[in-house]
Design a protein around this ligand. Structure first.
Ligand SMILES: [Zn+2]
Length: 158
């Protein structure tokens, strides 16, 4: 019997290690393609080959015209804050060090919305339509997630 097993389960070293953040678990090839494409540091969305409408979540048919033809188009990475919530509770131990964090829905210039995280943003600066820009958070040596930060490189208005 090792010393570790003399300890209560929550005090064992194995229980003290922070697990890695979970990766998305794509349900089909077109969703897998979305995440694979993120790994080059850009964001791509499907665009209908028939009517030109962008779409997200990934799917096989255009919701507007029903066409199965599409291409993957690189997003500008620019958008605005559509909705958010400040999360104070880590429902997975990998996120414990991040709380409170801002879970957000961003509307991209292409017209699609993406559930994501807003980073490097003071909570008192949060407002609807806040301009945001794409960044990536590495969560494993071989995997990164698209996140957004306030866009501070906007031209001055007026
Ligand atoms: Zn279409």
């Amino acid at each position: 019997m090792s010393d570790e097993n003399d300890l209560p389960p929550k005090m064992r070293a194995s229980a003290q290690q922070v697990p890695p953040k979970p990766k998305p678990r794509p349900q089909d090839p077109v969703e897998q393609e979305f995440w694979n494409r993120c790994q080059d540091g850009h964001l791509y969305f499907q665009r209908c080959g028939e009517c030109g409408t962008f779409r997200h979540l990934p799917r096989y048919m255009c919701a507007k015209c029903g066409s199965p033809d599409f291409s993957w188009e690189q997003s500008s990475g620019k958008g605005t804050l559509f909705s958010w919530t400040v999360t104070h509770q880590a429902l997975h131990p990998a996120f414990a060090a991040d709380i409170p964090f801002i879970a957000a829905v961003v509307e991209l210039e292409e017209g699609v919305r993406l559930a994501t995280r807003l980073i490097d943003c003071d909570r008192d600066k949060l407002e609807l339509d806040l301009p945001v820009t794409l960044d990536f958070e590495p969560i494993a040596a071989d995997f990164r997630l698209p996140v957004f930060r306030p866009d501070t490189n906007l031209p001055d208005e007026g």
